[in-house]
Design a protein around this ligand. Structure first.
Ligand SMILES: [Zn+2]
Length: 233
C-alpha cells in the first residue's frame, strides 16, 4: 500500500505506535492500520441480529447510567440507536453496501484533471464515537474511463460511514478510486472538524484537520498548485 504519499502529521504504522499505550493512541487520535480493523467473523450475524443485540446492549448502557427506560421519550432509543448504527452511520462497514460503480468511456477525450469539490460528509471518530464533519475534495485524471460524478460522492459517503480516523478515510477513498479508475492519478483532500476535539477533551472549537493524498502526477508541485487553484475558486 502506498503510504508515503499520505501526508499527515501522525504516526503512520503499527511499529511507530509500540511505545504508546492504548489510551494514548485513542486520546491522541493515532491509528494502527490503513485498513478498518475488523474481525474475520464480522458478518456472521445478519443485520437484523446485529440490531437486536445492539439495542439490548445500548439499553444496558442507558440503564447503567440510571436513565428510566419506562419514560416514553427514552423507551424507543435503544432500538433507534441500533437501527441508526447498522443502517446509517456505520453502514459502510458492510461491503454489501459499497456503491456499485459503472464506468464510461472517456469519449470526449477530456484529459485534464476533474475535480469534484466540497463533498460534505459525516463520519464518526473511532476513538470516541462522536462525529467528524467535513468536506472532501476528490480529483482524478482519466486513464480512459470516467465515472459518474455522483459516484465520487457515494464512495466518499461509503467510507465515511464507518468508525474512522481521518487519515484512513483519506487513504481508503484514494485506494478505491485508484482501483476503479485504474490510475495512480488521484488526489484527495479532506478538511474536517472532529467533535471529540471541539466538544470535549481540549475543547478547541476553531481548529480543523486537513489530510491529503496525492498520487501519480498529482505529486508534482504544479499539479498541486492547479488543484489548489480549482479549490480556491
Ligand atoms: Zn476522537
Amino acid at each position: 500500500m502506498n503510504t508515503d504519499t499520505l501526508r499527515v502529521k501522525t504516526k503512520k504504522n503499527g511499529h511507530a505506535l509500540k511505545s504508546f499505550s492504548f489510551d494514548e493512541i485513542g486520546d491522541d487520535h493515532l491509528f494502527t492500520s490503513l485498513e478498518t480493523p475488523m474481525r474475520p467473523d464480522a458478518f456472521k450475524l445478519s443485520d437484523a441480529e446485529k440490531k437486536e443485540r445492539i439495542a439490548l446492549l445500548f439499553e444496558e448502557i442507558m440503564e447503567v447510567m440510571g436513565l428510566d427506560l419506562t419514560d416514553d421519550s427514552l423507551k424507543g432509543t435503544p432500538k433507534r440507536v441500533a437501527k441508526m448504527y447498522i443502517d446509517e452511520i456505520f453502514s459502510g462497514l458492510n461491503p454489501q453496501n459499497k456503491p456499485k460503480v459503472a464506468l464510461f468511456d472517456n469519449k470526449y477525450q477530456y484529459n485534464q484533471m476533474l475535480v469534484e469539490k466540497n463533498i460534505s460528509f459525516y463520519s464518526n471518530c473511532e476513538h470516541h464515537f462522536v462525529p467528524i464533519i467535513g468536506k472532501a475534495h476528490v480529483a482524478y485524471i482519466s486513464s480512459g474511463k470516467v465515472i459518474g460524478l455522483s459516484k465520487l460522492n457515494r464512495i466518499v459517503q461509503y467510507y465515511a460511514k464507518r468508525p474512522q480516523v481521518q487519515e484512513r478515510l483519506t487513504n481508503q477513498i484514494a485506494n478505491e478510486l485508484k482501483q476503479i479508475l485504474d490510475t495512480e492519478d488521484i488526489a484527495i483532500i479532506i478538511d474536517a472538524k472532529h467533535l471529540c476535539v471541539s466538544s470535549r477533551g481540549i475543547k478547541d472549537d476553531t481548529s480543523a484537520t486537513v489530510t491529503s493524498y496525492y498520487g501519480g502526477v498529482f505529486n508534482k508541485p504544479e499539479k498541486i498548485a492547479e488543484l489548489q487553484n480549482y479549490l480556491n475558486n
